[in-house]
Design a protein around this ligand. Structure first.
Ligand SMILES: CC(C)(COP(=O)(O)OP(=O)(O)OC[C@H]1O[C@@H](n2cnc3c(N)ncnc32)[C@H](O)[C@@H]1OP(=O)(O)O)[C@@H](O)C(=O)NCCC(=O)NCCS
Length: 370
């Protein structure tokens, strides 16, 4: 038996898995995904390239790209039974809970649910990934008693996703920026949700169960839920001055400011946030209204001065989604949808080279009297 180490709250710094998928290299300031720098990928490639990279291990050739796009498109439709289940949910259901339910229901339609062969798991990942935009957009529409929208195959994967959310065909710029946001969210080493998914997969449970656990993890505002919280702050604050005052008063109350800080980056800027900051600038320039950008920059300056903390991706993704016309309750489901590919890669890796996660505790309770 391996000797247990000291307890580290939050498992900070603990190496929980061996992986060939990704690494946050904070010394070099790189997010390495299968040998590539995510930030470089975000300026040269698109989301579908990352899907191929994460599932097949390499960036696709043109033919491979078309083939994986075709695989995704063939899985766009969601079984009627899943929609029926979503319709039966109470209308005040949280969109992340509806998403979790949708993924759970999809599991019932998998005829080879207990087959964990790599090839079957990969096929399953393409299937789930094809359906996720549909589940995200239409579950929200159902909860809000709106008409559901059918996927438009003539659009790109990301273009269709944004279309299903807003009901409008996106412009080229909107599609590019939305795609870039999905790419930036696609994979990020071992956040809580990925750890959750791997822990579940390590019992030989199936991909749907592992993804559902990850949805629940990502819902929390210390994780994916932060992007929605950021937008609520910005809307409540209204102006640069209002935002500065709000942040100061929340800091004085020892509150955590959503969109700042990160377990791994903590005292450095999340490099993904910079890319979304540029995207926000572009969208604000186009609109001829810099107010959101100016508020975000002021918040960034203030947090650096007051706390030495820097924005994470959620801080700039939130106003970008706002400018793209995305309803706020969908920000976290979109993060999850984008991360589905990274999660599937981790679940497959765990299934392929498994050892059950079963840690120990530092017991602080009483012991029976001797
Ligand atoms: C991401 C996060 C959960 C990391 O948490 P962690 O690694 O457990 O770090 P801690 O919460 O222990 O924070 C360490 C210190 O920085 C402070 N801090 C960290 N993030 C902060 C924030 N967003 N606002 C204000 N203070 C913050 C803590 O108060 C703590 O200060 P202290 O040592 O004086 O008590 C944390 O930074 C946070 O809650 N951020 C806001 C939520 C968010 O944006 N989540 C998305 C993450 S991608």
């Amino acid at each position: 038996m391996v000797k247990a180490n000291a307890f580290l709250p939050g498992l900070e710094g603990v190496i929980a898995a061996e992986t060939a998928i990704s690494l946050l290299d904070t010394d070099l300031g790189q997010i390495i995904i299968k040998g590539h720098d995510l930030i470089q990928l975000s300026t040269q490639n698109d989301y579908l390239d990352i899907v191929h990279l994460l599932l097949e291990g390499s960036l696709p050739t043109e033919a491979e790209r078309k083939a994986s796009e075709a695989k995704l498109k063939s899985g766009y439709e969601v079984p009627e039974g899943v929609t029926t289940i979503l319709r039966a949910l109470p209308k005040n259901t949280h969109p992340m809970d509806a998403l979790r339910t949708g993924i759970s229901a999809l599991g019932g339609y998998d005829a080879v649910l207990d087959d964990r062969a790599t090839s079957v798991n990969k096929k399953r990942a393409y299937e789930v990934l094809g359906k996720i935009p549909n589940v995200v957009a239409n579950s929200y529409r159902i909860l809000n008693e709106q008409e559901t929208v059918s996927p438009l195959e003539e659009l790109s994967y990301s273009g269709n996703f944004l279309y299903m959310i807003t009901g409008k065909k996106p412009t080229e710029l909107e599609e590019r920026i939305f795609d870039q946001s999905l790419l930036l969210y696609s994979e990020h080493e071992m956040p809580n949700s990925t750890f959750t998914a791997r822990v579940i997969a390590s019992t030989q449970s199936d991909m749907y169960g592992a993804l559902m656990g990850a949805v629940a993890s990502l819902k929390g505002n210390l994780h994916g839920g932060a992007n929605e919280a950021v937008m609520h702050m910005l809307l409540e604050a209204k102006t640069v001055e209002g935002f500065e005052e709000m942040l100061k008063s929340r800091l004085a109350n020892k509150e955590k400011i959503m969109g700042f800080g990160h377990r791994v980056y903590m005292r450095k800027m999340d490099p993904r946030a910079l890319i979304m900051k540029e995207a926000l600038k572009e969208l604000c320039d186009l609109k001829g209204d810099q107010s959101l950008y100016e508020m975000c920059e002021a918040g960034e300056r203030l947090m650096e001065q007051e706390k030495g903390l820097y924005p994470n991706l959620d801080y700039y993704a939130a106003p970008v989604y706002w400018m793209l016309g995305v309803p706020i309750p969908l920000y976290t489901p979109i993060f999850f949808a984008a991360r589905t590919i990274g999660l599937c890669a981790h679940i497959i890796e765990q299934h392929d080279n498994n050892r059950l996660f079963r840690p120990r505790v530092e017991y602080t309770g009483d012991r029976p009297a001797l």
